[in-house]
Design a protein around this ligand. Structure first.
Ligand code: 5GP
Ligand code: ZN
Length: 111
């Protein structure tokens, strides 16, 4: 999608540190980490907001969550982790391409 930073990263037009990639999604390091480990799991398909996700898109998000749980060791989050999806302005969503924040690698502040 035009002007989407995550689609540009996917295509290799913007550099990033990719931790995992398959045809359905990628995991990259967040450029501005808010925890010792701060990764972003980003579906390949450009869907701007969670609330317009299709059933297939939602099923993929479920698959990604399961995959993250199986990759804890290589992601460096074995002692626990937090998954966050920011939806819309009040949550501070800045990139309009649905993604899951993965945070861990240290004791996180309570929310
Ligand atoms: P949001 O606020 O939309 O939930 O999260 C967007 C995230 O994308 C932010 O944590 C921000 O640091 C990250 N981000 C924005 N631009 C880039 C970029 O060019 N590369 C990487 N790796 N992360 C980015
Ligand atoms: Zn996109």
């Amino acid at each position: 999608m035009e002007d989407c930073v995550f689609c540009a990263i996917r295509k290799g037009e913007i550099p990033s540190t990719k931790v995992y990639e398959d045809k359905d999604f990628m995991i990259i390091k967040d450029i501005n980490p808010q925890a010792k480990v701060h990764l972003l799991a980003i579906p390949t398909n450009h869907v701007p907001y969670l609330d317009i996700m299709t059933d297939d898109g939602a099923a993929l998000l479920g698959k990604i969550i399961l995959k993250i749980s199986k990759m804890q060791e290589e992601l460096g989050i074995t002692d626990g982790y937090r998954l966050v999806v920011n939806q819309g302005d009040n949550a501070g969503q800045t990139v309009n391409h649905v993604h899951i924040h993965i945070m861990g690698g240290e004791k996180l502040k309570d929310i």
